[in-house]
Design a binder for this molecule. Structure first.
Ligand SMILES: *Cc1c(COP(=O)(O)O)cnc(C)c1O
Length: 431
């Protein structure tokens, strides 16, 4: 059996590529550990964790076992009026892993939906506490929160392509991308921007939503906890809810189980997804404080107005429980720390390359920023030739490998990255 690439090309949409003139796709037959096997037998070392999700590697025996056990008991039942052990167990695990004040959990299908849920909770909360004028949302530039409409409205207005949907998107307020660096005090520019933002909108905001410390798909930008600490103070002073989107940063990626643990801040609402099932299937969670939940349920509706068909899908919850159990054993901490050290040492030489403007590492995330945008088709051809799977976007070539990657495998990724970025042929002709 061979995969019908012509059919794929002619009929299947892939993310962010044209259907008229699609970028090439590589056919995969299996994936195991840190390796993706292509049709024909070539194996690629995965530098992407399938977009932040496969933190324990592919086909982890405990995750596969959990799925098989659960599929024989019950793949799915509706969550309206019914409940089940996988959901209750996941609730217990997630509440135990997160800050004590996060005490209520809404399970949904995907990260974007978790963000929709968070924003809707914030709006219903403000109605419930009688703050009917609080209908606006504020965020920072350079963010990414998903592709559905409310999520899109808080993505970076430039690379989030707001112009395409200008008349249909609800208007969020944007502050500049933070300039406060990791480990540094709040910059004067950030202090000013935050003060102005709250002076202008503090009385009409329902919520602020940000990715704490690491902005992912919006530009792979890192910023300091001092920013979040000031932001949290302002939110509290103004009665504005603080939402942290940790869909990318959650579950150890930054060196703490959750990025907010690098700060003194606990958000009112927390969005989780991506690595929740260890990359096995889609599941997301929105956690909230008791206060938020009480406000929501005091609103005119009396209930939270959301209920996806596949809410708390038992199969996904069972796999998530297995993934959380692996995390609870704690090996991730040493693994992520070791990846961070190795990335820091082995990506540093990229700084010498003519086309490279910046190299940065945070936890198990390594980013090389280039002067000109890369030619995705050309650069992927070079990467796959060297036996690695790295998928850049724009001027950002980055790796965030599964935590179980060996030092040798990680060296192969960083060597490939360094070699390929030295080739003039992998860049677009003009930026
Ligand atoms: C990926 C991502 C989302 C969207 O999650 P999906 O599961 O793709 O809908 C939202 N926020 C952040 C920070 C993400 O990285």
């Amino acid at each position: 059996m061979t995969i019908d690439l012509q059919f794929d090309r002619d009929h299947l949409w892939h993310p962010y590529t044209s259907t008229s003139n699609p970028l090439p796709c590589y056919p995969v037959v299996r994936a195991e550990g840190v390796e993706i096997e292509l049709e024909g037998g070539q194996r690629l070392i995965d530098g992407m964790s399938s977009w932040w999700s496969t933190i324990h590697g592919y086909q982890h025996p405990e995750l596969s076992h959990a799925a098989k056990q659960q599929i024989d008991a019950m793949s799915h039942v509706m969550f309206g009026g019914l409940t089940h052990e996988p959901a209750v167990e996941l609730g217990k695990k997630l509440l135990a892993m997160t800050a004590p004040k996060l005490n209520k959990l809404f399970l949904s299908d995907s990260g974007s939906v978790a963000v929709e849920v968070a924003l809707k909770m914030a709006l219903q909360f403000q109605q419930g506490v009688g703050q009917l004028q609080r209908t606006q949302v504020l965020t920072i530039r350079g963010g990414y929160h998903g592709d559905t409409f409310a999520a899109m409205s808080v993505c970076d207005p430039v690379n989030g392509m707001h112009s395409l949907f200008a008349d249909s998107l609800s208007k969020a307020h944007f502050l500049p991308r933070p300039t406060t660096a990791v480990g540094q005090p709040l910059t004067a520019a950030d202090e000013q921007a935050l003060a102005t933002g709250f002076a202008d909108h503090g009385e009409t905001l329902a919520a602020v939503i940000v990715e704490p410390l690491v902005q992912g798909a919006g530009g792979m930008h890192f910023y300091g906890s001092a920013y979040l600490e000031r932001l949290a103070t302002l939110c509290q002073q103004h009665g504005v809810l603080l939402i942290f989107d940790e869909i990318a940063t959650g579950f150890g990626r930054t060196g703490k189980l959750f990025a907010y643990e690098h700060t003194s801040v606990v958000p009112d609402i927390l969005c989780l997804g991506k690595a929740l099932t260890g990359g096995t299937m889609t599941l997301a969670a929105t956690l909230a404080t008791d206060e938020v939940a009480a406000g929501v349920c005091a609103s005119a509706a009396g209930v939270f107005m959301h209920g996806p068909t596949f809410m708390a899908n038992p199969l996904a919850c069972a796999v998530a429980n297995a993934s959380m159990a692996i995390l609870q054993r704690g090996d991730w901490q040493q693994q992520v720390d070791a990846i961070e050290q190795q990335l820091t040492a082995q990506l540093a030489p990229c700084q010498q390359l003519a086309q490279v403007t910046d190299v940065r590492v945070f936890g198990a995330i390594g980013v090389v920023e280039t002067k000109r945008a890369v030619d995705v088709a050309a650069i992927q051809q070079e990467f796959t030739r060297l036996g690695v799977w790295i998928r850049p976007f724009g001027k950002l070539v980055y790796i965030m490998p599964p935590y179980i990657i060996s030092p040798q495998q990680l060296s192969q990724l960083t060597q490939a990255l360094t070699r390929v970025l030295a080739l003039p042929s992998v860049y677009q002709a003009s930026s």
